[in-house]
Design a protein. Structure first.
Length: 457
């Protein structure tokens, strides 16, 4: 197991796979923004572009300049030199060579020499030690880039840093360390992209839509609860929809409203909050399907087998159907998000207006094949079950109504089923549009609109 550290061209430090064993420690540095070269250092050997240097013991060191000749910074009017290289002097302490002194020099933004001397009592591949080395290099790079942009005195930018140096020591008793990447606990949302003059109209639209959704859905739920005449299977099952709408919209719309008032660079959300939002959003969509499926079953029994309706749709059956609708959604979405949060993250930006499963696993640089496979199975099972059960029940209802001469039955069936079917079709079209548009990045604005309409409608 290895520790991988990535230096980005903006000087930020990223960590990945931080498990250190007593026998190995490696650093993978992608710090060459101009030609995307990579340097891989490993205990025992160090390779760069096919060249290799063997480290004979734990105190050996290696220099990137040994592999790439004439790698240096050049100032206009002066030959490139090695004044900016990182020098080191070692002195063994009583700890059997584990304590040593490092002296570092770096070229600052004003051309001066910056010197840092500090005593290190642990391996540089430990969290704090390695971080100090990496941050020093990152700061040096930022200083040189700043000087280049400020006075334009740099005639040529080196392919790699002037020098990258790291010391390997014995890991015989080194324990595993926690994931340093977990400290990057925030991600940035792209949010809705609207013009400045449209910000407040869009904000007011979301505000009044959310206000209407809350008042209408809470009012329906309270009315069903207090009116005993509505304590019937059809209305009790229907009560799941208002509760689901309140849950789904409360986790999404207020966040969208806040992000509208923030500049894009400040649309930050904690990773834990992002996971909760993704989980709730997927539960909302899945439960919408499962609740409409059990409502279709209720209408099927009421119209196709009215004499046995009271015997079949008991309070116990209503409870079973309700628990099944929510339980299936929670389990399926729980597995979906569980496969995602196990991944290590190497990115911090979500190109979406809200958090969902696809946005979360795109933050990872690991293999996400299992996520894609389960996501496909999830979608196929949900939509095939939803569409199949709805088509089956309504086909049988249509057959019964077509062969029946009872106008009262036909009128009641048309009245109750038409509303249910309209809601289902709106939800189905919006959900399918969201899935299809997700495959085409150029239609991202339309996908965002589709998701918002899915929640509001």
């Amino acid at each position: 197991m290895e520790t991988n550290v990535v230096l980005r061209n903006d000087g930020q430090v990223m960590w990945d796979q931080p498990a250190i064993t007593k026998s190995s420690c490696s650093v993978d540095v992608a710090f060459f923004p101009f030609d995307l070269q990579q340097c891989h250092l490993t205990f025992g050997s160090w390779t760069h572009n096919g060249n290799q240097m063997d480290l004979s013991n734990a105190l050996d060191s290696a220099d990137l300049a040994d592999f790439v000749p004439n790698v240096e910074w050049e100032e206009e009017g002066a030959a490139g030199g090695h004044e900016g290289k990182w020098e080191e002097s070692k002195s063994s302490g009583r700890g059997g060579g584990r304590e040593h002194v490092e002296e570092k020099k770096g070229v600052g933004g004003d051309g001066g020499v910056r010197r840092e001397i500090f005593v290190r009592t642990q391996c540089v591949c430990q969290h704090q030690g390695l971080r100090s080395n990496v941050e020093y290099i990152a700061n040096s790079y930022q200083d040189q880039r700043a000087a280049q942009l400020r006075i334009g005195e740099w005639r040529k930018v080196a392919k790699v840093m002037d020098r990258f140096f790291i010391v390997f020591t014995n890991y015989m008793n080194t324990p595993l360390i926690p994931n340093p990447w977990s400290q990057y606990s925030e991600v940035q949302l792209e949010g809705l992209i609207v013009s400045e003059e449209s910000t407040y109209p869009v904000f007011l639209f979301f505000f009044f839509s959310y206000l209407f959704i809350m008042i209408a859905n809470v009012g329906i739920a309270v009315l069903i609860f207090i009116d005993k005449n509505l304590h019937q299977p059809m209305y009790l099952l229907f009560c799941n929809l208002p509760l689901n709408d309140v849950l789904g919209n409360s986790i999404l719309i207020p966040r969208l409203m806040l992000d509208l008032l923030r500049p894009p660079s400040e649309r930050l959300i904690s990773y834990h909050e992002c996971v909760v939002q993704a989980f709730t959003t997927h539960v909302f969509g899945t439960t919408s399907h499962t609740v409409l499926m059990i409502m279709a079953f209720d209408r099927y029994v009421a119209i196709c087998d009215p004499l046995r309706y009271a015997a079949i749709m008991t309070n116990k059956m209503v409870m079973k159907l309700t628990v099944s609708a929510w339980g299936v959604a929670l389990v399926m979405v729980g597995v979906l998000l569980g496969l995602t949060i196990r991944l290590n993250r190497c990115r911090s930006q979500i190109t979406n207006s809200y958090c969902d499963n696809a946005s979360l696993f795109k933050l990872s640089c690991e293999d996400v094949s299992i996520n894609n496979i389960y996501g496909l199975v999830f979608t196929v099972v949900l939509f095939s079950g939803s569409i199949g059960s709805t088509v089956l029940t309504y086909t049988k209802i249509a057959v019964v109504c077509g062969t029946s001469k009872n106008k009262t039955l036909n009128s009641k069936a048309l009245k109750t089923c038409s509303t249910h079917l309209t809601v289902y079709l709106l939800m189905l079209v919006s959900g399918l549009a969201n899935i299809v548009l997700a495959r085409f990045p150029q239609y991202t604005p339309y996908r965002k609109l589709s998701v918002i309409l899915f929640h509001i409608i």
